[in-house]
Structures are given as structure tokens and as C-alpha cells.
Ligand binder design. Structure first.
Ligand code: CMP
Length: 138
């Protein structure tokens, strides 16, 4: 069935000038953009968004990174969206990401890994609602 996932183009990829190339990969792979904005996370936003990682040793680094500059947030729609998007972006660590994946092409490190992709339909809904109101989703 057609469903949705949530993504962010992270500050590293924005700084490195990869917004256009990443959006091109996403639309060429058949995802429809249901919502999109250019924004910057506050520390409070990032701490809430990544609350699940609060006890991890890299949490502070993750919040510093995700708040240091603007991001592109988007809701994407496609058949099998969550799984297909995770395949398109590749492994969390770009060193382990498959050839041709967005992280292989554009990520810098395991922390600065260019893009986010929801890991389940449930989290896609939660993460999309965190960033967008009903009127911003088409
Ligand atoms: P993502 O899977 O989108 O969401 C959690 C993020 O935590 C992950 O991307 C990485 O950016 C970051 N992360 C995961 N593991 C590490 C790590 N070992 N060191 C630093 N950052 C990490």
C-alpha cells in the first residue's frame, strides 16, 4: 500500500551544497513530496526529536550537530515508503553504506550522515506530525 515516511536533509549535507542532488535522488526513486520545509531545529526540538537516544554517549554531539544549521524536513509518499527509503539512503555509517545510496554519496561520518529516514510506519507518523501541521501536508 502507499504510505509515508519522514526525512531530514541534515546540516552537513545542506552545508556541503547537496540539497538539490538529494531531492533529485528522492524524486527519481519515485517518492512524492507530501510536505517540505527549510528550517532549523532548536536544542529543545532536537532533544525531543531524538529523545530515544538520550542515554547514548553520542547524544550531546547529535544535538549539537542537528542544531548547528538549517535542515530540509519532508514527508515522502510511496508504496512501501519506510523500507524503500531506508534502502535508498543506505546504512547509518556511510563506510558501510551500499554503492549509490545517498549516505554513500553524500555523508561524512556515522554522526554527520546527510539524511534521516524513519525506521517504522509508527515513527514516520510521529516524526511527520512533529514538524508539520495538517494544513502543510498535501
Ligand atoms: P539517524 O539514524 O538518522 O538518527 C540517529 C542518529 O544518531 C544517527 O542518524 C546518527 O546521526 C547518530 N549516530 C548514531 N550512531 C552514532 C555514533 N556512534 N556516533 C555519533 N552519532 C551517531
Amino acid at each position: 500500500a502507499t504510505n509515508r515516511t519522514f526525512t531530514m536533509i541534515k546540516p552537513d549535507a545542506v552545508e556541503n551544497g547537496h540539497i538539490g542532488a538529494i531531492l533529485e535522488k528522492i524524486t527519481a526513486a519515485g517518492f512524492r513530496i507530501a510536505a517540505m520545509k527549510y528550517t532549523q531545529l532548536s536544542r529543545r526540538d532536537a532533544e525531543e526529536f531524538y529523545a530515544i537516544h538520550k542515554e547514548r554517549p553520542f547524544f550531546g554531539e547529535l544535538v549539537d550537530f542537528m542544531t548547528r544549521g538549517p535542515i530540509v524536513a519532508a514527508i515522502l509518499e510511496k508504496e512501501n515508503a519506510v523500507e524503500d527509503f531506508r534502502a535508498l539512503i543506505g546504512a547509518t555509517n556511510p563506510a558501510e553504506a551500499a554503492e549509490g545510496t545517498i549516505r554513500k554519496l553524500y555523508a561524512t561520518s556515522i554522526g554527520e550522515n546527510a539524511v534521516h529516514g524513519s525506521d517504522s510506519d509508527e515513527n514516520a507518523a510521529i516524526e511527520g506530525a512533529f514538524h508539520f501541521s495538517g494544513r502543510e501536508i498535501f
